[in-house]
Write a protein that binds this ligand. Structure first.
Ligand code: NAP
Length: 348
């Protein structure tokens, strides 16, 4: 299978590069600027001609879109650019993949929620209601993918960290090493996601698809994997096709997919297991890294003036991905330990 990855220099893209070393599939890694020494080619996802050329020249069956404008604060002052990359470009990728009958795996975010605050986890069928420019642009990206008619999997995740790029874990380690105390908000609740876990989940799902990423066979045989496994799976916020009961009654729950095709598309939630506030997350980073010199103090969001209102609760319900694909998802604390160990920061 030929698989194109965009945004390969980012957190998720970098973890995908690590995990696919030695894979039998052919991966084409790209980012907005080339990094020849890392085998990364230049591909700007906002350039439709370049995207089509890359998909066609490389005979791509699956495209994993990790590229995005991810700075939620900066997004508020750069709405146009943010919309172009997060809102419009996913439609460009979807159009190119539709032309070749391929599958688009598009990464989205818990930030599509927050405008209609909840206190129970968000299932995939709850309509998006973002609180800022970043979340709105990502919701537009989801809608563009769905509207394209391209076969797709939209994977929503949240609170991502890894050894790569900028993220909360690295920021906390830096602050804890240089300050007597650090204040962290306790009134925003979600679930941390180790990018390596998400990368593994994406590869596991792609690996369950038939060669060609779920393309219907030339003979026209189509046993309709996801469609057969669950009519609900193709439900999306835009389509509003959730079952009234919310029960996934047709999911067999065994992860035994007859993966001849993905007829339409689906939205899947993926984060670590469990729930915490940013304060809890910071406390655990301190504990696992053996920090004793810096006190971690809880505070309200209001203490940090921000251009963007962040979701106060953005826990994602992962029932669907676990039932349909049989994924085992680690608890966020276990993943944090693994990440810190990999970074050489775990207290022994
Ligand atoms: N980080 C999180 O906490 C989080 C949470 C939920 C969902 N997500 C989603 O998960 C996905 C991956 O996030 P991440 O944290 O890995 O992101 P990231 O580290 O910011 O990486 C994104 C990559 O995309 C590149 N990029 C930006 N504009 C591009 C363009 N026009 N064409 C091609 N590449 C472009 C970036 O390059 P530059 O750095 O040069 O701009 C960067 O290398 C994104 O869809 C994001 O929205 C992230």
């Amino acid at each position: 299978m030929n698989i194109l990855v965009t945004g390969a220099c980012g957190q998720l893209g970098s973890e995908l590069r690590l995990l696919t070393k030695g894979s039998r599939d052919r991966f084409v890694f790209t980012d907005v600027a080339a990094v020849p020494e890392e085998g990364i080619a230049a591909l700007d996802i906002t350039d439709s001609e370049a995207v089509r050329k890359s998909v066609n020249d490389n005979d791509i069956q699956v495209l994993v879109n990790c590229a995005a404008f991810t700075d939620v604060e900066v997004a508020e002052d750069n709405v146009e650019r943010c919309e172009l990359i997060n809102g419009t470009a996913p439609g460009i990728l979807a159009a190119a993949m539709k032309e070749v009958g391929g599958l688009l795996v598009h990464i989205s975010t818990d930030y599509v929620f927050g405008g209609n605050p909840r206190t129970t986890p968000y299932t995939e069928d709850i309509p998006g209601a973002p609180t800022g420019a970043y979340g709105l642009s990502k919701l537009h990206g989801e809608q563009a993918v769905i509207a394209s008619g391209c076969r797709h999997i939209i994977m929503r995740t949240g609170w991502m960290y890894s050894e790569f790029g900028k993220n909360f874990v690295k920021t906390m380690l830096r602050l804890m090493a240089s300050r007597p105390s650090v204040k962290v908000v306790f009134d925003q609740v979600g679930t941390p996601t180790y990018a390596a876990d998400l990368a593994g989940a994406i590869l596991q799902i792609i690996g369950m698809l038939p060669s060609g990423g779920g393309t219907t066979s030339p003979s026209g045989e189509n046993s309709g994997s996801l469609e057969k496994a669950s009519p609900d799976i193709s439900a999306t916020p835009a389509e509003g096709a959730s079952s009234p009961s919310g029960e996934n009654s047709d999911i067999d729950g065994k992860g035994e997919l007859d993966t001849t095709a993905i007829p339409a598309g689906c939205v899947l939630n993926y984060t670590g297991e469990g729930v915490c506030s940013w304060y809890d997350f910071a406390k655990m980073i301190a504990e696992y890294s053996g920090n004793t010199s810096c006190e971690v103090l809880p505070c309200h969001s209001g203490e940090f003036p921000s251009k963007v209102r962040r979701p106060s609760y953005s826990v994602l319900d992962k029932t669907r991905i676990k039932q349909v694909f049989g994924l085992a998802i680690p608890h966020w604390t276990e993943s944090l330990r693994r990440c810190l160990e990999k970074m050489g920061k775990l207290k022994t």
